[in-house]
Design a protein around this ligand. Structure first.
Ligand SMILES: CC(C)(COP(=O)(O)OP(=O)(O)OC[C@H]1O[C@@H](n2cnc3c(N)ncnc32)[C@H](O)[C@@H]1OP(=O)(O)O)[C@@H](O)C(=O)NCCC(=O)NCCS
Length: 146
């Protein structure tokens, strides 16, 4: 099941994030406290979805709408997309990705960019059929042209 994250999910989500950080070797956040300072407003804004299997949080995606300072384009940046090894192969990853694309369309973004784990084989195999292409260090799906 995929649903929006709530504040009460934070402790369990933080454990999943630790797992993600170790597996993906993501060094963008210095520690869990710094990550929580970022993720809490994202949860409040409705920008975090979680995937559960028998009520355990096994997957999540967190995104943020950003304005490209150079082009003025609005993009939806997926900062994190992760499925715990126990939950893989059950379409949680593709379900989360589809939710992010829906959110981008609703918010009239020009593109969706996945910026973490971009070199991971599984991630690339997941996003390819949705139309994402590698460009400038991100996996990018163009939604609208100006
Ligand atoms: C990539 C990831 C998000 C996929 O999540 P998932 O829930 O297992 O994916 P889904 O079940 O939605 O898969 C959908 C499709 O994507 C493709 N796919 C997903 N994972 C794949 C993999 N590891 N290898 C090849 N294809 C894959 C398949 O085509 C799959 O369709 P199928 O089930 O009909 O074969 C998940 O494995 C993950 O979080 N991996 C972590 C990667 C990581 O952190 N690596 C660290 C090193 S950089």
């Amino acid at each position: 099941m995929i649903r929006p994250a709530a504040g009460a999910d934070l402790p369990e989500l933080a454990l999943l994030w630790e797992r993600y950080r170790a597996e993906a070797n993501d060094v963008r956040w210095a520690d869990a406290g710094q990550w929580q300072t970022w993720i809490m407003p994202r949860i409040s804004a409705g920008d975090v979805r979680i995937g559960t299997v028998e009520r355990t949080i096994n997957a999540y995606a967190a995104w943020q709408r950003i304005l490209d300072a150079q082009t003025g384009a609005r993009n939806l940046e997926i900062r994190e997309l992760y499925v715990h090894p126990d939950g893989r192969g059950q379409r949680l990853g593709s379900g989360l990705l589809a939710r992010a694309i829906d959110a981008a369309r609703q918010r009239e973004c020009e593109a969706v960019e996945l910026v973490s784990n971009v070199d991971d084989e599984g991630v690339r195999a997941l996003v390819g059929p949705f139309g994402f292409e590698y460009s400038g260090g991100a996996l990018r799906l163009q939604l609208q042209r100006r």
